[in-house]
Design a protein around this ligand. Structure first.
Ligand code: NAG
Ligand code: NAG
Ligand code: NAG
Ligand code: NAG
Ligand code: NAG
Ligand code: NAG
Ligand code: NAG
Ligand code: NAG
Ligand code: NAG
Length: 422
């Protein structure tokens, strides 16, 4: 599909000042501001901190994302060497944190035990390190000890097992216990207690576990049990959550309410329906523009909004068009990664939707990290990389940092607005 969309691609030439009101992105064709702008209810905020210690090299972050989504990992990085050298983020921390991961403090049990969870809109399991975890070193991370919680109950004959594309895995048993996200208390949550994690998963020494928030995807718990989103739904005044990630700064998740102070100026939330059988936060985007260019490319691309993926993974052809506008850029054939001199100027990248709105990702957000310091001026890696031919795109943190995002469960849609950027 990714390749076959190109014959149907329509190119619209327009002056950039007219883009806002071009026939394909009409300023008037927008959802009217309605009850979804703001609204009462419990505001539950979770501060996000960028993880300062999690610093695998840039390409490792890319291969990991490809593996998560079952995308082809090219060349030698698909093999064993990849896992050792790049695939699992084991390579040492030469570079900066560069927004590779965001962690939130979540409480579990009675009294609450605070752990650092990665909210992941691209998966559905809520799994956590515990004193029972074998394989990966517990290290210095905060963990959940069911034995120290008066409300923890082992769920009998229930197990979970997650296998990742690179062959690493985690599995264990399941506890029924209270989860507290800011001040929403969720009794009867299913806590997937890790009895084993692969060594490669333990490299991130701060992460306590993952809190999956995929739209309608079963967890890997057997027999099937409610997911965090299912347990959370009855407790929210509106069955939605919002994501406000920041460039090089802590962001915020908000459960149950849209905080309209996060929306820029006179803008409002522009909604896009999820695909019919969506299990992820899956929808179409329908156009793109490379800043400084007067062309909008119009077609339809399936995309998944994923807070748990650092990068923006798009069709190969889109990557080529973007990097054609980046001075000195090359597709590094040994890293399978788009790179450029760190002092290049990156153009803005715009993503258009059928509802008439488009997101603008500022050029500096399109930059990801330094990959090579041996050249004068250094070599950097872009936040936009190829989806390696997979028929869907991943709108990860590079995209999400540029928008205020609403993940609306009851209305089966995502909404985006512009926000004040740093
Ligand atoms: C907790 O709930 C109260 C009342 O609903 C709200 O005002 C407050 O902002 C919430 N605190 C957090 C940290 O979300
Ligand atoms: C472990 O965590 C504590 C508290 O966050 C911190 O003070 C300490 O430096 C950490 N130790 C290591 C080895 O990272
Ligand atoms: C758990 O499985 C064991 C062995 O199959 C069985 O004897 C037991 O009744 C099961 N317990 C529950 C609560 O289902
Ligand atoms: C969790 O425990 C509570 C209290 O014992 C119980 O009401 C609930 O059914 C349990 N949930 C699951 C999914 O087992
Ligand atoms: C969620 O998924 C289940 C199982 O795939 C399906 O039966 C159900 O209709 C889906 N619900 C929504 C709201 O999409
Ligand atoms: C998404 O795009 C596909 C292919 O163009 C189309 O068949 C489908 O109806 C679209 N779905 C939505 C919800 O817009
Ligand atoms: C590709 O990356 C490798 C490793 O950083 C580097 O040695 C090589 O020079 C790069 N090739 C190009 C064409 O930039
Ligand atoms: C990209 O990020 C790196 C590391 O933060 C920085 O050194 C470099 O100057 C940035 N380059 C651009 C073009 O933003
Ligand atoms: C980028 O750095 C290189 C090497 O230091 C230098 O030759 C080049 O002129 C610089 N380019 C810009 C646009 O500053």
């Amino acid at each position: 599909m990714a390749a076959s969309i190109w014959p149907s691609l329509i190119v619209i030439f327009c002056f950039s000042t007219l883009i806002q009101s071009s026939p394909f992105f009409p300023a008037t064709n927008r959802d009217a501001p309605g009850p979804d702008r703001g609204g009462g209810g419990d505001s539950v905020r979770v501060s996000l901190t960028r993880n300062p210690n999690y610093a695998p090299n840039g390409p490792a972050v890319y291969y990991r994302a490809l593996k998560k989504w079952g995308m082809t990992v090219p060349g030698q990085f698909a093999g064993h060497a990849a896992q050792k050298d790049y695939g699992d983020g084991e390579v040492s921390a030469k570079n900066q944190p560069d927004d590779k991961e965001y962690l939130s403090s979540v409480g579990i049990g009675t009294p609450l035990q605070w752990v650092n969870m990665d909210f992941d809109s691209g998966s559905s399991d809520f799994w956590v390190w515990s004193p029972n975890t074998a394989g990966g070193a517990v290290g210095n991370r905060s963990i959940y000890n069911p034995g120290a919680s008066s409300t923890a109950q082992l769920v009998p004959n229930t197990t979970w097992h997650i296998m990742y594309g690179d062959g690493s895995e985690a599995y264990g048993n399941v506890y029924n216990d209270t989860v507290s996200i800011a001040n929403i208390s969720i009794p009867g949550s299913m806590i997937e207690n890790a009895q084993f994690v692969s060594m490669s998963l333990a490299q991130d020494q701060v992460l306590s576990g993952v809190a999956g928030l995929a739209y309608n995807l079963s967890s890997e718990v057997y027999p099937s049990k409610p997911t965090l989103l299912q347990s959370l739904a009855p407790l929210l005044s509106k069955n939605l959550f919002t994501v406000d990630l920041k460039w090089h700064d802590a962001g915020e998740y908000n459960f149950g309410r849209i905080d309209d102070t996060r929306i820029a100026g006179n803008d409002y939330i522009h909604y896009t329906p999820l695909l019919d059988d969506a299990s992820f936060w899956q929808f179409n985007f329908t156009g793109f523009n490379v800043g400084g260019d007067n062309k909008w490319y119009i077609s339809s691309w399936e995309a998944i909004a994923d807070t748990g993926t650092t990068l923006l993974l798009l069709d190969d052809g889109i990557c080529k068009m973007y990097y054609a506008a980046v001075p000195g850029s090359v597709y590094n054939e040994s890293l399978f990664t788009w790179t450029y001199p760190c002092n290049s100027t990156l153009p803005d990248f715009k993503v258009g939707f059928d509802n008439g709105w488009h997101a603008t990702i500022p050029g500096k957000y399109m930059n990801f990290t330094v990959v090579d310091m041996s050249m004068p001026g250094w070599t950097c890696m872009g936040g936009l990389q190829s989806d390696q031919g997979q028929p869907f795109s991943i709108l990860g943190d590079i995209f999400l940092k540029a928008v205020f995002a609403v993940f609306d469960i009851d209305n089966k849609r995502v909404g985006f607005s512009s926000k004040n950027l740093n």
